[in-house]
Design a protein around this ligand. Sequence first.
Ligand SMILES: Cc1cc2nc3c(=O)[nH]c(=O)nc-3n(C[C@H](O)[C@H](O)[C@H](O)COP(=O)(O)OP(=O)(O)OC[C@H]3O[C@@H](n4cnc5c(N)ncnc54)[C@H](O)[C@@H]3O)c2cc1C
Length: 426
Amino acid sequence: MSAERTVVIVGAGAAGLWCAERLARSCGAGTDVLVLEKTPRTGTKILASGGTRCNVTTTLGPDEAARLFGKKGERFLRHGFRTLTPLDVRERFEGWGVALEEAPLQKVFPRSGNARDVRDALEAAARGAGARVELGAPVQGVGRDGDRWRVDLEDGMTLGCDALVLAAGGMSYPGTGTTGDGYAWLRDLGLEVVDPVPALVPLTSPDGWVRDLTGIAWQGGDLVLEDRSSGRATRLGQRRRPLLFTHHGLSGPGAMDLSHHVARAAGEAPLDMVVRFDAFPDLDRDAIRAALIEASGLAGNPRLQRALAGTPMGPMPKRLFAAFAGASGLDPEVGVAGLAKSARHDLVEALKGLEIPVDGTLGFEHAEVTAGGLALRHVSPRSMNVNGYAGLFVIGELLDVDGPIGGLSFQAAFATAELCAEALAT
Ligand SMILES: Cc1cc2nc3c(=O)[nH]c(=O)nc-3n(C[C@H](O)[C@H](O)[C@H](O)COP(=O)(O)OP(=O)(O)OC[C@H]3O[C@@H](n4cnc5c(N)ncnc54)[C@H](O)[C@@H]3O)c2cc1C
């Protein structure tokens, strides 16, 4: 028996496979669900994700999770996250035999620690539900054909379909197959694409003292990104998450979560941005000052950095302390008793707001996601249907949504895919 209609999904990544499974399961043989994937395998980014452990979703509730996508993203995703909550995602994977476990920073990973289990389960579920997945099938273009849709394959073949779902992803980690192909198709259809920029990507710093801190990680600090190009400081974003110093500059969730602001501004004029790093956000200046004064009475006049270890501030790596000392004009070797009042003041200021210059990002090659994509005003947040284009749907990272690190990108991919499949199934 031939199917009554054909739905083509372009891209067998997180969103495409999720949509295929849900649609094929709901519609049965009446709908031919065909997934076209450019590369020889499905879900390449799933395999690479979370350091190959795959942070599959978040422990946050749907509204809290949606809020992390900024005002515009939150408005767009709220319905999707309530329809397919992070808990639903977990239940779906557990149902497919992937045991999950929670981890710090509201993350959820497969208990096996292996991203392959997530990818394999998703692919098996899609195929098992009846979806066809064609690998090594790069799509070159798409277009309207009367009231149907046309998909042009690179080998010269053309397919017709009743509905077309674009799930071709963004353009980060282009080596995995995502080279931004979908943006050109959307622009050719007359739709606005918000310029794609790399996001969740390490930041670069021009200053040698920053790179000298390579390898040092700091948990629980507060990072504020400031743009000073207009002559005064404009606050672009704030995160309280781990920071890692690298030989390029800054990495770790704290820095990477702020990176889309840097990427968006880069390329216009030379960047004049700093990350203000508060190493002890839970201690106010008075508490730090009091701790330093109390430590100054320590027997044997230990070096300042050693004396810190016994205060509420706790131990700090020697090189990092040297950076704080340097920023406050202090000799890092000074004994705690030798700290003059003005020097103590400068040290407190440095500990509460070390200024780390940043001048860019490591770009798409190292970005976990792409910010920018199909402008959300074109898309129904309830169905992912492109307004005014019957039968055309866009899901996943190809949309202009991006959130912080923590399983939120997959949550957005799955939730938008779920809504699209539901809309197509009814
Ligand atoms: C290193 C790394 C780590 C990450 N870790 C996490 C994490 O732990 N948690 C998290 O939530 N997110 C993580 N992400 C982000 C997450 O992987 C993506 O946001 C998510 O995969 C987006 O899903 P998608 O289906 O929209 O796009 P993708 O998963 O990128 O899938 C798009 C698919 O479309 C295919 N395609 C592209 N062009 C064509 C074409 N012309 N024809 C046919 N097929 C095409 C691609 O080959 C690809 O398979 C990570 C990303 C990277 C790069």
